[in-house]
Design a protein around this ligand. Sequence first.
Ligand SMILES: NC(=O)c1ccc[n+]([C@@H]2O[C@H](COP(=O)([O-])OP(=O)(O)OC[C@H]3O[C@@H](n4cnc5c(N)ncnc54)[C@H](OP(=O)(O)O)[C@@H]3O)[C@@H](O)[C@H]2O)c1
Length: 322
Amino acid sequence: MRAVWLQEFGGPEVLVPGEAPDPRPGPGQVVIEVAAIGIPFVETQVRSGVAPVPLPRLPIIPGNGVGGTIVEVGPDADPALQGRRVVTSLGGSGGYAERVAVDIGGLITVPPELDITDAVALLADGRTAMGLIRAAAPRPGEWVLVESAAGGLGSLLVQLLSNAGAQVVAVASSQRKLDLAAELGAKVTADYTRDGWGDRVREAVGEAGVRIVLDGVGGAIGRTAFELLAPRGRFVMFGAASGAPTHATVAEVFQRGIVLVTIGQFFDSPADIKAMAEAAIAEAAAGRLRPVIGQTFPLERAGDAHAAIEARTTLGKTLLIP
Ligand SMILES: NC(=O)c1ccc[n+]([C@@H]2O[C@H](COP(=O)([O-])OP(=O)(O)OC[C@H]3O[C@@H](n4cnc5c(N)ncnc54)[C@H](OP(=O)(O)O)[C@@H]3O)[C@@H](O)[C@H]2O)c1
């Protein structure tokens, strides 16, 4: 089968199309004919060899989140699974491929209302968004600042927060991204590549500042957002797309009475992680959440997809199509 290999860490060009053996289902497994593969931002960091997560031993076929149709059922698995549309995580690798063999325990059935691509777009970003919102516990009327608000995760957070009655401040790097965030429900938008963006947000929300910050960017942007937080506000940290996590001292957190929430607090167990993905997919099936698939790339062009994500030109979710 066709697959994309990572043989060495480096720029997008190290993602090289090639061949891999056709997978066969072991006991309790199925083989999925892959229809779409999700690329979360962290996969670009892992590929470059500088990531906030442990790096894998190479070579690997990257890719953790896929969806498609079950084409082969393993020895002791239910034959009725044949033909079912599913999405699943793969334990970290193997996804940039035409077919994958996976344990049936991780399968999530795609509801008839959704395309497989929509369910793939929701798998990682949806479960993270649901776990994050539960941990951040926004209340109606609260001002909540969302960084990279037009990204895969950000575009879902803006919608879930608006649905919960919160008032969203969307911040991102271009007018096109801010327009998308406004369309998804943001009340206030600001371009954080422009000087003084923090002052403009404070003017819009009032001197007290925002009640919650959702920080997936870190660095100078995360720091400005930290300073916009009202006393006793919640600072939710779940990534460092800028390359560095937000810097603040424990003394600052103490003096301002800030509640720090980190991604390690989003989920209780592996079963809970799966349940959050199912909940996001159910929200979409009910028409209350819209995955934004901004762009797709053929599998062989995985490198181009990574380059676009790193260049910050993508909107919403980026998918590979085998
Ligand atoms: N997706 C998940 O399930 C998941 C899980 C855990 C953690 N996270 C974290 O959540 C954040 C968002 O993840 P995502 O997968 O949804 O990605 P994404 O938001 O679709 O893409 C990352 C965004 O970060 C912003 N950014 C800021 N500085 C950047 C820089 N120097 N280089 C590149 N991008 C920069 C860009 O938005 P602007 O152009 O608007 O600045 C870019 O679009 C990441 O930090 C990620 O590690 C995501």
